[in-house]
Design a protein around this ligand. Structure first.
Ligand code: NAD
Ligand code: 6OD
Length: 494
């Protein structure tokens, strides 16, 4: 079979027990380009039987060569996955860009390098990991020694979203494999390709069959639900919408399976009058518009201290109007499309609601005027509003598009209350040159991550996750081990 055709098939097939397979459902779905509506691939949907085969393969692999493998060898293989991705960097880049429509400049600097780095960081973490020991006195004077032993948790069900497909999937598969687990991954139906392609890398670097499996399909009554309700899945890690997390948690409750959830957000940025305004504009321009606003950590509500409010609005407007919508491979492009027509409808509904409610549309608010070859794409304009009341749906609900509302504030107490007035608690950016203020305000924000004078600056050893309805648990560095390993304490009476 010609290499191109092979690569195309690999992207659209399930990967079970080390083999690509169309599966047994006989069902397929169309993977459509959000850039221009063209067909990227026809993907083979997994049946209940296929999901069962994937979970069985993952379970069997726990006790096969993978389970018996010395830690050093396992970590060598996990590190090898990094090189495997790097060796096919251009293929991964092309597939990720085709599925998402995001600019090549973004995917080549963020999605693919971080997708690979997620294996290295957790191989390093496990190389340096050590068990704990506790000596204790006993009444008879001989004492006792406790020590911990960590084991892999088992078969991990991984369910991932479409916004940073490879990056967010390997953020889970990296630690899962480094800790000795096996995985069954259900990528988003919108972005199946790079997850499927990774199977070939796994084979080429010596990951035994059954350790990494991929099943394609949707959520309810499809591969996602089949996976989460499978009794041999020992734990489920999920990134996606809060409402989907609720549905998955119900399935996980049967059998008391552990969950790790990275969910939605409605993230604030707080801009104090004592900030470096150039940096605040540059940072907010990124946090609002990067990846066309489809980053869970992205800013959707900006609070600006009143003395600099007008200037901030004018300058962010100017930055937004410099964003260039276009094809991913065009050098000038800074803004891609949304992921799908369905998501575009949702975002445009919020645009309409804001305008109908009397918001001041500072810029955007509609669909960009683009080349006719892009008219079937999921394009929207970068948009800024002011003037909406604090309880408006545009202020309260996650939109996940290239847009934000800007509101003035007058005091620290007021802005802390405004920032925390949300059921979500994922991320916040604070812009100030006053270090004392930064230390005073940052710990009062109810979020899993708060940046001061930056956004999306990531040290992968730090805890990552959301509070309130933005998630359960923390992943990153040693924190990932809490989910991906099971601890036993051994107590020896001396
Ligand atoms: P989504 O919840 O619609 O889908 C995510 C995945 O879940 C997909 O693979 C989907 O097929 C699957 N799924 C849907 N219903 C399911 C069900 N009932 N059972 C099992 N699987 C099911 O999310 P999305 O639209 O792909 O991603 C966007 C959302 O993800 C946004 O809300 C965003 O904030 C969130 N997100 C959060 C983080 C984070 O780190 N907190 C990161 C990225 C995205
Ligand atoms: O940087 C990460 O590890 C991470 N999980 C980012 C999430 C981005 C959400 O869209």
């Amino acid at each position: 079979m010609p290499l191109d055709q092979l690569m195309e098939e690999i992207r659209a097939q399930n990967f079970i027990n080390g083999n690509y397979t169309k599966g047994t459902s006989g069902k397929t779905f169309r993977n459509i380009s959000p850039v221009d509506g063209s067909l990227i691939s026809i993907v083979h949907e997994a049946s209940l039987k296929d999901v069962d085969a994937a979970v069985k393969a993952a379970k069997a692999a726990l006790t096969g060569p993978w389970g018996e493998m010395p830690l050093a060898k396992r970590l060598e293989i996990v590190s090898g996955i990094v090189e495997g991705i790097q060796a096919r960097f251009d293929d991964f880049l092309e597939a990720e860009v085709a599925d998402t429509g995001k600019p090549m400049s973004l995917a080549s600097h963020l999605d693919i390098p971080r997708g690979a780095a997620n294996f290295q960081i957790f191989a390093d973490i496990m190389r340096n990991h050590h068990d704990a020991a506790f000596r204790m006195p006993t009444p008879d004077g001989t004492g006792a020694l406790n020590y911990t032993v960590s084991r892999p948790k088992g078969v991990i069900g991984v369910i991932s979203p479409w916004n940073l497909p490879l990056l967010l999937m390997t953020w889970k598969v990296g630690p899962a494999l480094a800790c000795g687990n096996t995985v069954v991954v259900k990528p988003s139906e919108e972005t199946p390709s790079t997850t499927a392609m990774l199977g070939d890398v796994m084979n080429s670097v010596g990951v035994p069959p059954g350790v990494y499996n991929v099943i394609h399909g949707f959520g309810p009554n499809s591969a996602g639900e089949f996976l989460t309700q499978h009794p041999d899945v020992d734990a489920i890690t999920f990134t996606g919408e809060t409402v989907t997390g609720e549905a998955i948690m119900k399935k996980a409750a049967v059998g008391i399976r552990d969950v790790s959830f990275e969910l939605g957000g409605k993230n604030p940025a707080i801009v104090f009058a004592d900030c470096d305004l150039d940096k605040a504009i540059e940072g907010t321009n990124r946090s609002v518009f990067a990846n066309c606003g489809q980053v869970c950590l992205g800013t959707e509500k900006v609070f600006v201290e009143r003395p600099i409010f007008d200037e901030f609005v004018v300058r962010l407007k100017a930055a937004a109007e410099k964003q260039i919508c276009g094809r991913p491979d065009e050098k000038a492009t800074t803004l891609g499309p949304l992921i799908s027509q369905e998501h575009r409808d949702k975002v445009l509904n919020y645009y309409k609601l804001a305008a109908d409610s009397g918001a001041t549309v500072v810029t955007g608010g509609g669909v960009p005027n683009l080349d006719s070859s892009l008219e079937k794409g999921a394009w929207v304009e970068p948009t800024i509003w002011t003037g909406l009341p604090d309880d408006h749906p545009v202020i309260k609900e996650e939109i996940f598009g290239p847009c934000c509302h800007i509101r003035p504030f007058d005091s620290e107490e007021e802005v802390i209350a405004l920032a925390n007035d949300t059921p979500y608690g994922l991320a916040c950016s604070i812009w100030t040159e006053n270090l004392t203020r930064a230390h005073r305000v940052a710990p009062q924000i109810e979020s899993g991550i708060t940046w001061v004078n930056s956004w999306f600056l990531r040290d992968l050893r730090t805890p990552f996750g959301g509070s309130k309805q933005s998630g359960i648990g923390r992943e990153g560095g040693d924190y990932s081990l809490e989910f991906y390993t099971e601890l036993t304490n051994i107590c020896i009476k001396l």
